[in-house]
Design a protein around this ligand. Sequence first.
Ligand SMILES: NC(=O)c1ccc[n+]([C@@H]2O[C@H](COP(=O)([O-])OP(=O)(O)OC[C@H]3O[C@@H](n4cnc5c(N)ncnc54)[C@H](O)[C@@H]3O)[C@@H](O)[C@H]2O)c1
Ligand SMILES: [Zn+2]
Length: 431
Amino acid sequence: MYGNNADLTEETIFTWGAPPLKFGAGASDEIGFEMSQYGAERVLVLTDPGVAALGIPQRIVDNLKRYGVTATVFDGVHIEPSDASFAAAVEYAAAHGPWDGFVAVGGGSAIDTAKAVNLLTTSPGELMDYVNKPIGLAKAPPGQFKPLIAVPTTAGTGAESTAMCVLDVLSMKVKTGISHWRLRPTLAVVDPLLTMSLPPEVTASAGMDIVCHALESYTAKWYAASDRRKPEERVTYCGSNPVSDLWCERAMDLIAKSFRRAVHHGAEDLQARTDMIMAATFAGMGFGNAGVHIPHANGYPIAGMVKDYRPSGYPQDEPMVPHGQAVSLTAPEAFRFSFPSAPERHLRAAELLAPDKEQLSDPAEQLPQVLIDLMRDIGIPNGIGAVGYDESDVPKLVPGTMKQQRLLSTCPRPVGEEEITRILRNSIQNW
Ligand SMILES: NC(=O)c1ccc[n+]([C@@H]2O[C@H](COP(=O)([O-])OP(=O)(O)OC[C@H]3O[C@@H](n4cnc5c(N)ncnc54)[C@H](O)[C@@H]3O)[C@@H](O)[C@H]2O)c1
Ligand SMILES: [Zn+2]
């Protein structure tokens, strides 16, 4: 047996990674100490204007100063960043650098922008060299990055622990990402107190992102179902595996306990906020290694091709479909489709998310109905129709989904244009 493994054709290996974590109320007051441990003297704090107005980045700057670290705030992060907004942040960082480290303060938008700035100020070439194929060249960054401390202020993306960042490529009207292990932050500092001020709409949308991360990675193709990879071919997302499963299950428990409370009573319920950001962190540790599939693949064109939808609770200066809404709108139908691949996993997930829900006569309906109950209760739009798309848009959305081959390859069932068309069409209205 031993010695012949190089000849195996089936996959027997999975990978799992996450940065060190500092979690809990008040954790963000320890960032100065943490950054000083890396020997950094001059750092850039990246945030968006909304979070800057809350005073959170300034408190972190003051804390850094106490430990002898000089910090400058860049508050120009664009909500749902694009190639253009990444370029503006990189230009600022390059013009005012060099920096010994970065601190990202905000939701996924700020954390992803900081990851891109870290990449493009330490590696040669251009953004498109590193963007996923087929949109970019998916090159591996050659160099060492600077320390990046990620401090989420939303409970959603899990971006503080993932090795990827998402961007809107404006000229192609498509969202895509960069994924490489070097993008993973050096340290995640997760402080639930920073999320108390989240508006209900952002709590709901970002929370649905957690739900989809947990569900999609839990139902992703099992890692051993792929062909065996050579060491240099291994990708960040290896499919569902025993370690990611644990995190996803725990994330779903916390969601069941606290999601509705966080949306409806978030301003005063620290326990609910703590559970939600812990769920976000856990789901990030799951999907950040297992990967996501159809709901996220559909979410990219749904967000990228937005017409004039402007969600309340978000900046109103331009139309947008927030990531968490975009990925959840086709989730009920996507899980109807994926059900036959692993019925027991879909039923287990439904039970974790809604332990008191009655058993429906059609088991394939259990998880979709649990999702629909939740989405109605927390005010998620009713299908892609409610964010501006109709039947005639479906053929235009399909190619944007098909471009997300990295995601579709972790789908537990083969999926092509015909299946995606049907899923989008059946998601125009979800209830
Ligand atoms: N890298 C990853 O692993 C990953 C995973 C999922 C999503 N994403 C990306 O993350 C982005 C979405 O991030 P998000 O959902 O965290 O939201 P966000 O960063 O886009 O912020 C949403 C809104 O909430 C506001 N906000 C943030 N924190 C606040 C607080 N504490 N109080 C009040 N308002 C606050 C912001 O100012 C903004 O208006 C998308 O671009 C998405 O594609 C990345
Ligand atoms: Zn997501």
